[in-house]
Design a protein around this ligand. Structure first.
Ligand code: SIN
Length: 325
């Protein structure tokens, strides 16, 4: 049997609320070993080593906690007897953590994040089965070298592309128009696609960090003033624009972006539209000050821009990075 390290960080999977109900609960309350007690069959899948790293609602995850988690995984995977890693996590911000780990983990061993939409005390809580499947996936030879994955509702998603698409239903995740990496039937994974963007051992960011440059995010809406951009530029090296349509904005924003770019702020254009792709744009950005986010959402583009700014302040080099990751 393989040995899997489970690192618990909190979330609804560890949430406690009114007996049987799915609402009015607090995420990140119970210990991972208490969740495991409800799934004794998991011990037939793998030997488990558990670590309660944090116990928070994932809205409390931040750069420091990403770095702590990634650095911990980077050292655990060096242990020969550890074959894979499972991270339990809240669903709200799992997509940012999964992308940070995708970029910074220096391993080929399977790393699987999972969580739950219903607290541990709900009728038909989904967490125990998700955890069972996540451990099964991390123990499976076919998961080796696939990068960071997120397991939810029998479905395997890539850590880069996964996004929360429903804030209420148990089947809460999707991967844009790219479908998913595969499905699971109980403990057996069936992969049928792959991620082509650089990750883990192929990532120039693989390694440990103890600080990250500051990057802000600005959402464009009809009638938005450019004040927010000037405000963010005071305390951030980079700003991710979550524009309308193809990453677009009004004339006031266009002028502010040009002005602030000349003074050194690095801008990335992403879109508030869930699907599609943001390309360079001759009309909204005729001087190519902005870097296109490609298929990354604003919150994921922020993760990449922070790591990119750690390596270089050169806009064209950062543009190359966004094309590859
Ligand atoms: C959280 O993200 O920690 C709370 C919501 C959830 O896990 O579903």
């Amino acid at each position: 049997m393989k040995t899997i390290a489970i690192i618990a960080t909190g979330g609804t999977i560890a949430g406690v609320g009114k007996d049987g109900k799915t609402v009015v609960y607090h995420a990140g309350e119970i210990d991972v070993n208490d969740i495991l007690e409800s799934i004794p069959q998991i011990n037939e899948v793998a030997h488990l080593k558990t670590f309660q790293l944090y116990n928070v609602d994932s809205n409390e995850m931040d750069e420091e906690k990403w770095m702590g988690l990634s650095n911990m995984i980077n050292s655990l995977v060096l242990e020969e007897d550890i074959d894979g890693i499972v991270v339990t996590h809240g669903t709200d911000c799992i997509e940012e953590t999964s992308y940070y780990l995708t970029l910074t983990l220096n391993t080929n061993k399977p790393v699987v994040l999972t969580g739950a939409m219903r607290p541990a005390t709900a009728t038909s809580a989904d967490g125990p089965f998700n955890l069972y499947q996540a451990v099964s996936l991390a123990s499976n030879d076919s998961a080796y070298g696939k990068g960071v994955m997120v397991l939810f509702s029998n479905t395997i998603y890539s850590g880069r592309d996964v996004q929360k698409i429903n804030n209420f239903k148990v089947d809460a995740f999707g991967q844009k128009t790219f479908g998913c990496l595969g499905y699971m039937q109980d403990e057996v994974p069936y992969f049928f696609s792959d991620t082509f963007k650089k990750h883990t051992i192929h990532s120039i960011f693989a390694g440990n960090y103890n600080s990250l440059p500051k990057v802000g995010v600005a959402l464009f809406y009809a009638g938005a003033s450019a004040d927010i951009l000037y405000h963010l530029a005071q305390s951030n090296e980079g700003i991710v624009i979550v524009g309308a349509g193809s990453g677009n904005y009004n004339e006031k924003w266009k002028e502010a972006i040009e002005d602030l770019s000349k003074k050194g702020t690095i801008f990335v254009r992403s879109s508030r539209v869930q699907e599609g792709i943001v390309f360079d744009d001759e009309v909204f950005d005729p001087h190519h000050y902005c870097i296109s986010s490609n298929t990354l959402s604003g919150q994921k583009a922020r993760v990449l821009l922070m790591l990119a700014l750690k390596k270089t302040k050169d806009r064209d080099q950062i543009r190359q990075i966004f094309a590859q990751y």
